[in-house]
Design a protein around this ligand. Structure first.
Ligand SMILES: Nc1ncnc2c1ncn2[C@@H]1O[C@H](COP(=O)(O)OP(=O)(O)OP(=O)(O)O)[C@@H](O)[C@H]1O
Ligand SMILES: [Mg+2]
Length: 600
């Protein structure tokens, strides 16, 4: 999903937010570390072993040089033991580093898994409205970045920042004991200047880095958007136009990268200058003492080796500093998702639905998606248990909304909805939703096989039950005509099956769920008349003994309903059986005549 979201501007975290963020993050990380305390301890031991080996290397080097530096006398023997020790230390340094990574990898990965799962479950607990407002691509990027940020923080705080500080300290102590405190002073001051310079320049560079990343994101999402709309681009012969827009984004990206690279040049050359100055100063000091015969040549080499070794991890400091800041922001974004409270939850004293017959009652229901615009107003109606009710009305009248409210996707603005006399807002969501099977107006399928998509209605159903559902939904013929049968994969969002086939898969799925209340929202709108009649018959069979709500535009499909409700402007305009409504010669009768005329 990389690049799916367009340039979401990263908020600039303030210093204070960052501090609370860090403590919050550490508090959150702690249980994960604690859970693996022995492993973490072993990793720390490996880290210490690696650092010790690395710190001893320059010492070994010094003795090798001193052994070889015998003045005018001929060399007696190779310092074999020292050479082997030197090689051994070098190997140990790398080896223990790898051991540390291997040990700690499990800890970070487990934390990533736990946190990823927590966010995923949390997202499923959030209401529909939240998901309609957000871009799924953006959320998945937030999760991906957040978990990556977590692993980055865990690794770098423990194994980069802390050990590097320790190493600086160790070198300072070694210099002070072996030579003089002046050496330590030069080292510490140089490192201090280096860190200060890096932080300041990195802050200054931030805007260029962000610009470059943003340009990268927009370019990426532009390309994906264009390719997703492949068909639309072709329908309007707009390849040229698409290429131009894409190129204008690429051009911005190019300039942003240029600025970014120049600022990196400033950072890197400044760092190199500080390192060079520090090394020169120390070498000057040491060389002077070699001339005065206070130090050996080996000492000089050792000082040089320590300095190079010390600045090596500091080379990454700019990167690490920037990445830690970014990781904190990413984590904060993800934790922000976790902090969001679900709006639709079980009430504290929620009870499971006690289903007797499946009677539905809407009692003066008021509802609006966005406050000023009412969708349903004082809507009241009854669906007797086991009966079939049809809802008709103009597009946008609020028919699908009724189904969504029954499923408790949104809280009501006023009034209540009851099933068998129990207010649905006092029931557990799980028991409520188990009792209702919906064939939605727009079915979206998973990108898996037809059979798996149907099985989704009730994952533990038997193969025979699935076959039965396929038969009832009149899918058997279609499936038999496919080379791969019901193992055929339906493509992203089910785009590789026709609209009518998709609807029948959705019907089979709902049949399989086997709930006592059925809701069909335009479930046969995409079917030809012959298939529709066959399916309607099947739906009648299935709906026998069930309470069913059928939403339809084509009135001929609902003439057999026990009650037909005509919805207009969120209110009930008329209600009655087909014959009654025709006799009343109102809205329904007008709609009926219009549709009859069209058919002839
Ligand atoms: N999530 C939403 N946020 C805001 N408004 C919405 C939302 N969903 C639907 N609406 C609006 O609510 C009104 C009723 O929508 P609904 O889907 O219930 O209509 P409908 O009667 O099912 O229409 P159709 O016959 O076209 O399916 C519409 O005007 C629609 O624009
Ligand atoms: Mg609708």
């Amino acid at each position: 999903m990389r690049g799916m979201r367009s340039a979401a501007k990263q908020p600039e975290p303030t210093k204070r937010a960052e501090a609370t963020n860090l403590t919050q993050t550490l508090a959150m990380l702690w249980p994960y570390l604690w859970q693996f305390k022995y492993r973490v301890l072993l990793a720390l031991l490996a880290l210490i072993a690696a650092k010790a080996a690395v710190l001893l290397m320059p010492v070994a080097l010094k003795y090798i040089v001193d052994a070889l530096d015998t003045g005018q006398q001929p060399l007696l023997a190779l310092p074999v033991a020292l050479l082997l020790l030197y090689g051994g230390l070098r190997f140990a340094g790398v080896f223990f580093g790898e051991v540390r990574d291997a040990l700690f990898g499990r800890v970070t990965e487990h934390a990533m898994r736990k946190l990823g799962l927590r966010v995923f479950q949390h997202l499923h607990s959030l209401e529909l409205a939240f998901h309609l407002d957000r871009q799924t691509g953006g959320i998945s990027r937030d999760i991906e970045r957040g978990t990556n940020g977590l692993s980055f923080l865990m690794r770098f705080l423990m194994f980069n920042i802390a050990p590097t500080l320790f190493e600086i300290l160790a070198v300072a102590v070694i210099f002070a004991t072996l030579f003089s405190p002046l050496y330590s002073l030069v080292t510490v001051v140089a490192v201090g200047i280096y860190i200060f310079f890096t932080v300041v320049i990195t802050e200054w560079r931030n805007k260029y880095t962000r610009e470059a990343n943003q340009a990268d994101n927009t370019t990426n999402s532009r390309a994906i958007d264009s390719l997703l709309n492949y068909e639309t681009v072709k329908y309007f012969n707009n390849e040229q136009y698409e290429a131009q827009t894409y190129d204008s984004f690429l051009a911005k990206w190019e300039t942003a990268r240029l600025k970014n690279r120049l600022s990196l040049l400033a950072l890197n050359s400044g760092q190199a200058l500080i390192i060079a100055a520090a090394i020169t100063a120390l070498m000057w000091l040491a060389a002077d003492e070699v001339v005065q015969q206070k130090l050996t040549l080996g000492d000089l080499v050792m000082v040089n080796a320590y300095m190079i070794q010390l600045f090596l991890p500091l080379n990454f400091l700019g990167f690490v500093y920037r990445e830690i800041r970014r990781a904190l922001t990413d984590l904060e974004n993800m934790l922000g998702l976790l902090k969001r409270q679900p709006q639709i939850v079980d009430a504290p004293d929620a009870k499971p639905l006690v289903l007797s017959a499946g009677a539905i009652r809407f009692d003066q229901v008021d509802f609006s998606y966005q406050p000023p615009r009412p969708i349903l107003q004082q809507l009241s109606f009854d669906v007797a248990a086991g009966s079939k009710i049809a809802i008709v009305g103009a597009s946008g009248a609020g028919k699908s909304t009724i189904a969504r409210l029954l499923y408790r996707f949104y809280p009501l603005t006023g009034g209540r909805i009851c099933i068998d006399g129990q207010d649905i807002s006092t029931l557990t969501l799980d028991s409520l939703r188990r009792a209702i099977a919906i064939v939605p107006q727009d079915t979206v399928l998973f990108n898996s096989s037809i059979r798996d998509n149907i099985r989704y209605g009730r994952p533990d159903s038997s193969e025979a039950e699935i076959d039965q559902a396929i038969k009832l939904a009149h899918l058997a013929g279609f499936i038999a005509s496919l080379p791969k049968g019901d193992a055929t994969v339906v493509g992203e969002r089910g785009l590789k099956v026709s609209g009518g086939e998709k609807q029948r898969i959705a019907i089979a799925r709902a049949i399989l769920k086997g709930s006592p209340i059925l809701v069909f929202d335009e479930a046969t709108s995409a079917l030809d008349s012959a298939s529709e009649q066959a399916i309607l018959q099947a739906m009648r069979d299935v709906a026998r003994n069930h309470t069913s709500v059928v939403i339809a535009h084509r009135l001929s499909t609902i003439t057999d309903a026990d009650t037909i409700m005509v919805l207009k402007n969120g209110q009930l305009a008329e209600q009655g059986s087909h014959q009654q409504l025709l006799a009343a010669a109102g809205e329904y009768a007008r709609m009926w005549q219009l549709q009859q005329k069209q058919q002839h």
